[in-house]
Design a binder for this molecule. Structure first.
Ligand SMILES: Nc1nc(=O)c2c([nH]1)NC[C@@H]1CN(c3ccc(C(=O)N[C@@H](CCC(=O)O)C(=O)O)cc3)C=[N+]21
Length: 296
């Protein structure tokens, strides 16, 4: 039976570390500021915003949410971003994805100052990640949180076969880059990967990261014995409960370790968002965070 990776517990450790760093910054008169722009009413985004506000407050991060109805004009949102770019109290800007169809999401992402780009979606930051550049730059929080979980579980990735399923800018693509940086051999599967190819890839994968949004996509019988399974899916079932992309019961029989939904990747995303916010605040004030994230 697989070990269940307790994302909630690891996230708590990370949030406690963030609180220590935020307290350090506060002694220097700095309070990390996070602005979240939420447009329309996407249910996954609302969970995220609600959980985030609570976590931010407890960790000493000043979070504000700016809400617009789905019919807001693109220029209104762009003007707000430009205002936040210039606001010295704001260190991090996040625009909840997805945005309504009449708003150009790429333009939104490119308008956020790269030094305040807490999601790491600006092409400048994505380019740094893909080029494996040195120095500090923000990286998407879900994949980064997954790397923290894997490190906490002491899962060594060097030389392992890692399979990422799903190629979104939010998860799959940055996940691919981070796993490759950690010296895994990485494969990226997506909607055009034929299902028999996916089965072959799964049978060979030591680490599987699934971020598709399709309940039951991965069954335990498809996994390699002893695989590490990270489930990023958030699917709402008819009874209102949340479930991932992996059939947990059958996967647990075969895997060595698996993340649950809820209580796995989701809480890590929020804790990592706060971590990145604190890092951006430190950057803006040219402060080195000492021993910041040891032993998470
Ligand atoms: N620009 C942008 N960045 C994002 O990172 C981003 C986004 N847009 N849009 C929406 C998705 C979704 N997302 C979630 C994060 C945490 C939970 C979460 O906390 N889940 C918990 C709680 C679930 C519950 O409340 O029952 C769990 O899985 O245990 C959920 C969803 C971030 N996203």
């Amino acid at each position: 039976m697989a070990v269940i990776i307790d994302g909630k517990a690891i996230a708590k450790r990370l949030r406690d570390a963030v609180a220590v760093q935020a307290a350090n910054l506060e002694t220097k008169g700095i309070i990390p500021g996070l602005a979240v722009i939420l447009i329309g009413d996407d249910p996954a985004s609302e969970i995220y915003v609600r959980n985030k506000e609570r976590a931010a407050q407890k960790a000493g991060v000043n979070a504000q949410t700016i809400k617009y109805t789905a019919d807001v004009s693109e220029v209104t949102v762009l003007m707000k971003i430009k205002e936040l770019n210039l606001d010295p109290k704001i260190d991090a800007i996040l625009v909840q994805s997805p945005v309504p169809a009449h708003i150009n999401e790429e333009l939104i992402q490119e308008t956020i100052d790269p030094s305040k780009d807490v999601d790491g979606f600006h092409p400048e930051n994505i380019g740094r990640l893909y080029a494996n550049r040195s120095g500090y730059y923000p990286v998407a929080n879900t994949p980064r949180g997954i790397m923290t979980m894997l490190a906490h579980e002491q899962i060594d990735l060097a030389g392992k076969n890692a399979l990422v399923v799903g190629r979104s800018i939010l998860v799959g693509r940055p996940m691919f880059a981070l796993l490759q940086q950690a010296n895994a051999t990485v494969t990226l599967a997506h909607r055009y990967t034929p299902s028999d190819t996916l089965m072959h890839l799964l049978a060979d994968a030591d680490v599987v990261i699934v971020a598709v949004g399709q309940a039951g996509l991965i069954q335990g019988t498809s996994l390699k014995d002893g695989a590490v399974v990270i489930d990023v899916g958030i699917n709402r079932l008819a009874d209102g409960s949340l479930t991932g992309d992996v059939d947990f019961a059958s996967a647990q029989e075969v895997a060595a370790a698996i993340t649950p939904v809820p209580g796995g990747v989701g809480p890590m995303t929020i804790a990592t968002l706060l971590q990145t916010t604190v890092e951006l605040a430190a950057q803006h004030h040219q402060i080195e965070l000492e021993q910041a994230w040891q032993n998470i």
